[in-house]
Design a binder for this molecule. Structure first.
Ligand code: SF4
Length: 426
């Protein structure tokens, strides 16, 4: 979501005549799109602005600094003392005025009226094959470890016609991989009192378009909340080729007591039933998840339940995070009682299980033909890197032709714990 928001910030700055640089020391304006899921991210914002302000004093240059993204109101006040301006992402259209108020003259050809609505600002994509399309903002779930409902506010769905036309436009322009984004995508539309289509209906519309389009693309979405996952959604995914057979299904913990304190509103068995349905209706789908270790009060037994859940559900990929209390979230008031060393041990243990289950799946791919999207070159420039439809990391020996941003068919010749390798075939 932050990458997607940043792409819209880039567009606004582009329109003002700024150009992007990777080199902070040559920048005239520096900004952070902050994340609030973990305190660590906010600590990094403090360290970054400290460096920038030092740089400002040293260079004696009028560098502007801004902060946006997921920021608590109480943090906003503190950050206003160190950043030149702090704004909510929904107020991005006001950024030119803020910059102007700091004495920067806006370019003569800058049209303020083009910036009426956050969603209508065209993102500045980083490439021409991979795009994010936000479909909602905010969240109503109040997981006890998360501050998003307080920083981004309550769920607000974007109009379906606008989403569908953005997807169609991207496909027409040749984009190959499009990801619909939201904090809880499967409750899409529920804030509109029956005046908006549901998430499965939205996917159906895009799926129908994909069936008739002569362009090849894959549509992903993240993240669904297990409590709102429906059979209808899985049936829609199974019907349309362009809807990627990949499910990101955040479990967060495999222990009912911890799940309850996390306010996740499902039990392990309810989650397991949904996984069974995924396996039945989408037998080829890969399964990804998010999990937190060392949550407040997570006993050894509770942790072992998470480890067992990972063995049971055989994920292809698990984003494992050490719990860190986030100010603003409910659990911040609870004791952070699992020592860091123990959190690290638990994280490593889950990481080993993930390597095993991912390897088990990857071994079944050996010798198979698959379609992959090539997205970059490896560090040495010897291999193309990319992903299968199920987002398994893939590498292919580099050829003279530039195949980045293209789908190719490969035969899998080697498999590793977390990746596979193949050679191009017809
Ligand atoms: S579903 Fe839970 S973790 Fe995700 S954004 Fe909402 S409150 Fe945060």
């Amino acid at each position: 979501m932050n990458i997607s928001d940043s792409q819209r910030v880039k567009t606004v700055l582009d329109n003002l005549g700024y150009t992007y640089t990777e080199n902070e020391s040559e920048a005239d304006i520096l900004g952070v799109v902050a994340c609030s899921v973990r305190q660590k991210a906010i600590d990094r914002v403090y360290s970054r602005i400290h460096t920038w302000n030092k740089m400002k004093r040293k260079q004696k240059k009028n560098i502007l600094t801004f902060l946006s993204g997921c920021v608590l109101e109480s943090d906003e006040k503190k950050f206003l003392k160190t950043f030149d301006f702090v704004f909510k992402m929904g107020d991005l259209d006001k950024l030119p005025d803020m910059i102007n108020n700091y004495g920067v003259t806006l370019p003569g050809n800058f049209k303020k009226n083009n910036l009426t609505d956050f969603w209508q600002i065209n993102p500045h994509y980083d490439n021409n094959f991979d795009a994010y399309v936000p479909i909602q903002n905010g969240c109503n779930n109040f997981c006890s470890y998360c501050a998003v409902p307080y920083t981004r506010g309550r769920e607000l769905s974007r109009g379906s016609e606008e989403i569908i036309s953005e997807v169609k436009d991207l496909v027409d322009r040749g984009f190959k991989q499009i990801t619909l984004l939201g904090q809880n995508v499967n409750s899409y539309g529920s804030d509109k009192n029956g005046n908006e289509i549901s998430f499965p209906e939205l996917l159906e519309r895009i799926g129908e378009y994909g069936d008739t389009s002569d362009k090849e693309f894959l549509l992903y979405f993240t993240a669904p909340h297990p409590k709102d996952f429906t059979d209808e959604l899985l049936h829609v995914m199974s019907r349309h080729k362009c809807l990627a057979k990949w499910v990101h299904f955040p479990i967060q913990s495999g222990d009912d007591e911890v799940l309850k304190r996390m306010n996740r509103n499902y039990t392990l068995e309810e989650y397991a039933q949904s996984v069974d349905k995924i396996r039945t209706i989408l037998p080829d789908a890969t399964l990804f998840t998010d999990i937190i270790v060392g949550f407040s009060g997570e006993t050894e037994e509770a942790f072992e339940n998470s480890a067992n859940a990972m063995r049971r559900f055989k994920y292809n990929m698990v984003y494992i995070a050490n719990y860190s209390p986030r100010p603003g979230a409910k659990s911040h008031k609870w004791e952070d009682d699992v020592p860091l060393e123990e959190k690290k041990r638990r994280l490593h243990k889950l990481s080993d299980i993930m390597m095993d289950t991912s390897h088990e799946y990857n071994k079944t791919l050996l010798g198979k033909k698959m379609r992959v999207l090539l997205t970059s070159l490896d560090r040495n420039g010897e291999y193309f890197q990319g992903f299968t439809e199920g987002r398994v990391v893939t590498r292919v020996k580099k050829e003279d032709k530039d195949l980045i941003g293209k789908f190719i068919n490969i035969k899998i010749t080697e498999v590793r714990h977390m990746s596979i390798e193949g050679v191009p075939v017809e």
